[in-house]
Design a protein around this ligand. Structure first.
Ligand code: PAF
Length: 283
């Protein structure tokens, strides 16, 4: 039977557990999550275990990164399954504050990230998002004081934003990205995939296929704009409403127009029904 991780719900219990874990200078890795864990999260936990002696996973559905019209209320919550998966992975500590612990009465401070947070990708469609993410991640870092923190590359712009923030604010944590984990048909794993109807689920891998086709055309010397336009058509034909499909510099997220401007990352976001999916690949 795997050991159930310690579960901390108050700052006092977190700090106690954190100082026990840190004894004998053991280094600590944090995997921040909003729960509803899937194999993508578990791959981050495994990376974390390879890097650090002790692994902390936070589970907190962060209200400040959801706009009023988004899915905060219906965001999947699968606590029991999450804990049993984390136990099987040998996670040491789960940090699971409630909203009042994270944002006590009178809370009035918000981080306003710039740089990669204003790249004109997710921020164009979710202007509230990175402020909420940066604020909660900065709090998670100061609460847990990890040496390493692991974020999935599926949220590619988020990974850049938290990496920049950790550096800019000297938070003393090394941010590491983990590769996207995909279903057999190519769909990037996401907690939101459970929202998809059977028909939408069938159409969903179109995003990955369109990214791969775009990369192939670009690598064959095709014109960037027409490769992206063909991908946009394929995505629309599959029933999506496209927010963007873009080629960006993989480090700066600046727009690029040739593979020579690279390393290049192709990024897409689109809605099918009411579910918004994002994905990205190396070009
Ligand atoms: O990627 C997520 O699950 C969230 O945005 C994060 C990083 C846990 C912050 O709430």
């Amino acid at each position: 039977m795997p050991n159930t991780p310690i579960i901390a719900r108050t700052l006092a219990s977190l700090h106690r557990a954190r100082s026990d874990l840190g004894k004998r200078n053991a280094n600590i890795a944090l995997v921040p999550t909003m729960g509803a864990l899937h194999d993508g999260h578990l791959s981050l936990v495994r990376l974390a275990k390879r890097r650090a002696k002790k692994v902390v996973v936070s589970i907190f559905v962060n209200p400040t990164q959801f706009a009023a019209h988004e899915d905060l209320g219906s965001y999947p919550r699968t606590w029991k399954a999450d804990i049993s998966r984390l136990a099987s992975e040998g996670v040491d500590l789960v940090w699971n504050p409630d909203v009042k612990t994270m944002y006590p009465e009178g809370f009035a401070t918000r981080i306003a990230p710039e740089g990669p947070a204003l790249a004109g990708l997710e921020d164009r469609f979710r202007p509230h998002f990175f402020g909420g993410v940066a604020t909660v991640v900065a709090k998670l870092f100061t609460q847990v004081r990890p040496d390493f923190a692991f974020f999935g590359e599926k949220d590619f712009q988020q990974l850049k934003v938290v990496t920049r923030m950790a550096r800019d604010l000297d938070l003393g944590v090394r941010v590491i990205g983990g590769a996207i984990v995909r279903e057999r048909d190519g769909l990037a794993m996401s907690s939101r995939n459970v929202y998809l109807s059977a028909e939408q689920r069938h159409a969903a891998p179109t995003l990955f296929r369109a990214l791969k086709a775009t990369s192939k055309r670009m690598r064959a010397g095709g014109d960037f704009r027409s490769a992206l336009a063909a991908a946009a058509d394929a995505i629309a034909e599959a029933g999506f409403a496209l927010d963007y499909i873009e080629a960006r510099h993989a480090e700066t997220l600046a727009p690029v127009s040739s593979l020579n401007d690279g390393p290049v990352r192709l990024l897409v976001a689109a809605k099918i029904g009411t579910t918004r999916l994002i994905d990205n690949i190396k070009a």
